[in-house]
Each structure stands twice: as structure tokens, then as C-alpha cells.
Design a protein around this ligand. Structure first.
Ligand SMILES: Nc1nc2c(ncn2[C@@H]2O[C@H](COP(=O)(O)OP(=O)(O)OP(=O)(O)O)[C@@H](O)[C@H]2O)c(=O)[nH]1
Ligand SMILES: [Mg+2]
Length: 560
């Protein structure tokens, strides 16, 4: 014990990996106790830790996690003994990667007193072959001692940083690697990944890489197997990224174990969507709803006290609506949830009154629903000549807008623009936005708008229908309408419309709305069965429609 303790007093000159005296000492001690012995050495040559293992290996205890933002090598190297002269094994390489060690060295202990082969490996900067580490050929202690360690490690660090810089920085945005791990079909995963990219970009994240993994079996703890986890970490190190966004929703335990193993920040699809909502909520009610959803999502995950969340206080995932930061303390989270819920009840009373006022007027209510980015707000603006915010991003609209609109023949309706739908809409979000969605219950007609130019529009129709029925809205008459017809050739549009027995419009061309106006009028005032499809045929295009289109919006588009 005393001799082992004395190892701490040794010092290695900064320009050397090791000294021959120390190598000899470790080897002798190892042979005597028949156990591996390892030392963790700092850059300046002091010995941070002496570890005694067993015959086959050593276990490195939890290291301090002082990190300063960017991911880099830890500045520690591990030098340890191997009793049988065996080369570096899988566990050694795992430690090298997961702990981001400067270098991993194994010294063979031989019976005849002289240390035998020396094995070493180090991590590699970004490279074309996508290699993670380099295992050096077996060498001798003398060769190892010849290495100018100080300059070698500086050069390696420089190369890492060059690799990180090679990805152009777009402002102060966050950079992330997207990851999808599932047994589903590759096309499904690719489709979903495309959407995740859009979501990430919408929330202001620069996507540096996107990986899809379809393992034979899923590891319940980390989803990814050990080997993939290592690769992921080294890729992050090579690219200078410390944020991973999973396309799958992770359990609290999975988030905890992945981020504990890798020290990366890990967020999942739900958190990303919540983050976008947090950035976009503008009204008081919207902000409260989003914060409530975030806190409810966070609460069970706080039980696992992990880095994942302690690190999230700043950036994505830890962003509350407006400039607020999400609270990390469980008790305070509970109190806050309670407070927000009370406020929501108050606000929903006001909403109730507004709704009562509206229903007294007995005007039919028309709501535009559909997948996010379908063009709902564009159509709403066109019809009501409003200036609601339109953007080629997901979830441009969070706060539903409502306007009164006069139809041809003096009919009046109330039109509502709504929050976009998306597959796997987080449960907490649906609960929080319940009052908003509940308002849709008052609708007399839902216009289900679909972006026909989106390659995945069929899945979008299904996803939207599924959510509508989950929200208990499937009893309301629905009109499926394809939007953005201007983006495809007319034949394709026609074929799709025929298949779905409906028609198409373009929110960018007012003259394309005739069929829609006819259809709405028939549904709302003439009781036409909802299965037939009134395609805008010549006979419908009476003067009054032309007239009404000229007046689209006009003085009738006032807030209601
Ligand atoms: N080419 C073309 N683009 C359209 C059409 N309608 C809308 N867009 C564009 O599609 C994008 C999304 O439009 P929005 O009206 O914000 O879509 P939304 O359904 O309200 O989206 P969220 O509120 O985010 O759910 C914008 O860039 C619009 O300019 C159309 O008919 N043709
Ligand atoms: Mg919108």
C-alpha cells in the first residue's frame, strides 16, 4: 500500500509520456500483487490517480466533469499494466473514447523483470475514412520514451479543432447531430428524419450530421449499443458537437444513461417540438400552455439527477417561453405547475365568455386544420385579408386567429386558423393546448388542408386524421383540400385529387379558390352530403363568386 501511495509522488516531465523508472515500478508492483495497475496522468505530468485493478482489467472511477462548453480531449492519459502481455482490448478502447483520453497505453509485465511490448492508441480527428481511433503497432518502452509528448498532443489538439472549425459556423446557432435508432423500416425512418431536420432548423439548430441506426436488438438502457455509443461520442468530438437530438422519444432513464455515459446533451423529438413552441408562443395563454407542457415533461425526468438536465439550463431544451429558463428544482417545478394551471383556468373563463358571445351570434364556424406548414395561415390571410404570420417553417402559427368573413349571398361565417399538427405530437403538449383544441369543437366545418407538394403528404393526411380523432373532432364534417397546386404539374395534381375525390387550390392564387368557396357554401348552407365533391365546374362560377373573390377579405375581415 505504501509503495503504491508513493506512486503519487512521482512526476513525469511534460515532454514525456512516461519515464522508465515509473514504468519499471508499475511493472514490479503489478507482478507482485498479480493485478493490473494504472495511472491517470495530467498534461503537466502530475499523477492524478493511481488505480489498482484485478488480473484482467481496471475500473476507472467517475472522473470530474469540468467542462467548458466545447468538447475536447480531457487532458488525461491512462498508462496501465497488462499481466499477460496482451494488446489493448475492447474495454481499453471504450475508456479511451468515452473518457476522451489523450492516449491509452498498456505496458506488458513480464516475469523476466524487463517490461515487454508497449501498446498504445489515441483518438483521431475528423477523417475521410470515418475512423475513430488509431491503434499504434506494438513497440518497446524505449520507442515510447522517445516520443515528444508535449508537441505531439498539441498537434493532435490543433487537428481536432481544425476539424471542428471545418463546419462553417452559422452565427451563434447551436450545432447538433441527429440520431434515429429504431427497428422500423428504413424509408419510414428516413422520412421521419427529414422532418426532424426541419424541426431542428426551425428551432435554430444547425444540423451537422444525421445518422440512422437499425440495430438487431435495441438496448433498453441507451437504445444504442456500446460500440455505436463510442462512435457517436468520437464523431461528436471530431465535429465539435455536444448536442444529440433523437428522433425517438426517450424514457427518462435512457436520457439519463446516454448523457451520463457520454457527457453529451441529449434531447428527443418531444423536447425539440416543445422548444419550438417555447420560442413561438406570444400570447399569455400560449406561453402558459407551453411552459406547462415543458414542466410536465421535465418533472419525471428530474428524478434522474443527470447532467442531461443540469446542462440544459441554457440552450435548447432548457428554453422557456420568452426569455425564461426552465427551473430545475422538483419542488419548485411542482409549485410552478400548480400556479400555471390556476392561471389557465382563469384564462379559459375569459375564453368561455368570448365563445358564448360568438355562439349567440349563431354564425357558422369554419376552422382550417392540417399538418404544419400546409399553408393554413396563407389561406386564412387570403380569405380574410389578415396579416397573420406566415413562414416556411414548422409551427409558424401557435395562437389561433379568428375572423368574421362575409360570404357571397350575404352569408357570414367565422373563420379560425389553427396550430399545425405533426406526427407524434407530444402528449403533454396536447394536454396543455386542450382548451385551444377544444375550441375547434364549436366548428361546423373543418377544412383539412394538405400540402400536395410535400412528398409525404399521404402520411401527413393520416397523421392529421389520427390526431383529429384523438382530439374528439372526427364527428365534425370535414373537407379535404389540397393546397400548393402551383408547385406540381396539373396532371399530377388532377390524379391525386381524383384519388381523394376532392379538389385543389393554391394559397398564392386567389382565382383558384372558387371551387373551395362553392364547396364551403354547399356544406354550410345547403346541406350537401359530405362525400360528394363539388369541383369547381363552369356552372358554379356565377358572377357572384367572381364578385366575392374580388372582395376576398375586404372590409369583412375584421377580428372577431
Ligand atoms: N407555392 C406555394 N406556397 C404556399 C402556398 N400556400 C402557402 N405556401 C407557403 O407555405 C409556407 C407555409 O405557409 P403557412 O401559411 O405559414 O402554413 P401553415 O399551415 O399556417 O403552417 P403552421 O402555422 O406552421 O402550421 C409559406 O412559406 C407559404 O408562403 C401555395 O399555395 N403555394
Ligand atoms: Mg399557420
Amino acid at each position: 500500500m505504501r509503495r503504491l501511495e508513493h506512486v503519487y509522488r512521482r512526476r513525469i516531465p511534460p515532454e514525456k509520456v512516461m519515464t522508465s523508472e515509473l514504468a519499471r515500478l508499475l511493472s514490479d508492483l503489478s507482478r507482485e500483487i498479480r493485478r493490473q495497475i494504472g495511472i491517470l496522468v495530467e498534461r503537466r505530468g502530475t499523477i492524478a490517480l493511481v488505480i489498482v485493478g484485478d488480473q484482467k482489467g481496471i475500473t476507472i472511477p467517475e472522473l470530474s466533469r469540468d467542462r467548458t462548453g466545447i468538447l475536447r480531449l480531457r487532458g488525461l492519459r491512462l498508462i496501465h499494466t497488462h499481466l499477460q502481455g496482451e494488446p489493448l482490448n475492447e474495454e481499453d478502447l471504450t475508456d479511451l473514447a468515452l473518457l476522451r483520453l489523450d492516449v491509452m497505453v498498456a505496458l506488458s509485465v513480464r516475469e523476466n523483470d524487463v517490461p515487454g511490448n508497449v501498446y498504445s492508441a489515441h483518438l483521431l480527428p475528423d477523417n475521410r475514412e470515418k475512423k475513430v481511433w488509431k491503434i499504434d503497432p506494438a513497440s518497446t518502452l524505449t520507442q515510447l520514451l522517445e516520443l515528444d509528448f508535449y508537441n505531439w498532443i498539441q498537434a493532435l489538439e490543433d487537428e481536432f479543432q481544425r476539424g471542428q472549425r471545418a463546419i462553417a459556423l452559422r452565427g451563434a446557432e447551436e450545432r447538433a447531430i441527429l440520431l434515429s435508432v429504431s427497428r422500423e423500416s428504413r424509408t419510414t425512418l428516413e422520412e421521419s428524419m427529414e422532418e426532424l431536420k426541419e424541426l431542428a432548423e426551425t428551432s435554430g439548430v444547425q444540423v451537422v450530421d444525421a445518422m440512422i441506426q437499425r440495430p438487431q436488438s435495441l438496448s433498453s438502457a441507451t437504445l444504442l449499443g456500446e460500440g455505436k455509443l463510442k462512435e457517436l461520442l468520437v464523431t461528436c468530438l471530431q465535429l465539435g458537437v455536444d448536442l444529440i437530438i433523437f428522433d425517438q422519444n426517450l424514457t427518462p432513464g435512457q436520457i439519463a444513461s446516454i448523457s451520463d455515459r457520454t457527457e453529451l446533451r441529449v434531447i428527443d423529438r418531444t423536447q425539440l417540438i416543445l422548444d419550438i413552441f417555447a420560442q413561438r408562443a406570444h400570447t399569455r395563454e400560449g406561453k402558459i400552455q407551453v411552459e406547462l407542457a415543458q414542466l410536465k415533461y421535465l418533472l419525471p425526468r428530474l428524478a434522474k439527477k443527470t447532467l442531461a438536465f443540469s446542462r440544459l439550463t441554457g440552450g435548447i431544451g432548457g428554453r422557456g417561453p420568452g426569455e425564461t429558463k426552465l427551473e430545475i428544482d422538483r419542488r419548485r417545478v411542482r409549485e410552478r405547475i400548480h400556479l400555471l394551471e390556476k392561471e389557465l383556468v382563469k384564462l379559459s373563463r375569459a375564453r368561455e365568455q368570448r365563445r358564448a358571445r360568438r355562439s349567440k351570434s349563431e354564425l357558422p364556424v369554419l376552422s382550417i386544420v392540417g399538418y404544419t406548414n400546409a399553408g393554413k395561415t396563407t389561406l386564412f390571410n387570403l380569405l380574410t385579408q389578415s396579416q397573420s404570420h406566415v413562414e416556411d417553417k414548422l409551427f409558424a402559427t401557435l395562437d389561433p386567429a379568428t375572423r368574421r368573413w362575409r360570404f357571397p349571398g350575404n352569408h357570414e361565417v367565422v373563420i379560425t386558423d389553427t396550430v399545425g399538427l405533426i406526427k407524434n405530437l407530444p402528449k403533454d403538449l396536447i394536454v396543455a393546448f386542450r382548451p385551444t383544441f377544444d375550441e375547434l369543437q364549436e366548428s361546423d366545418l373543418l377544412i383539412h388542408l394538405v400540402d400536395i407538394s410535400n412528398p409525404f403528404f399521404e402520411a401527413h393526411i393520416q397523421d392529421a386524421e389520427k390526431i383529429l380523432s384523438e382530439l374528439g373532432l372526427d364527428h365534425i364534417p370535414r373537407l379535404l383540400v389540397f393546397n400548393k397546386e402551383d408547385r406540381l404539374d396539373p396532371e399530377t395534381v388532377e390524379a391525386v385529387c381524383r384519388r381523394y375525390a376532392t379538389f385543389s387550390i393554391s394559397g398564392h392564387r386567389p382565382e383558384s379558390l372558387k371551387g373551395l368557396l362553392v364547396a364551403i357554401e354547399q356544406r354550410l348552407w345547403k346541406g350537401t352530403p359530405s362525400t360528394t365533391c363539388p369541383v369547381a365546374s363552369g356552372e358554379f362560377l356565377e358572377e357572384r363568386y367572381h364578385d366575392s373573390l374580388r372582395r376576398v377579405g375586404g372590409e369583412h375581415g375584421r377580428p372577431f
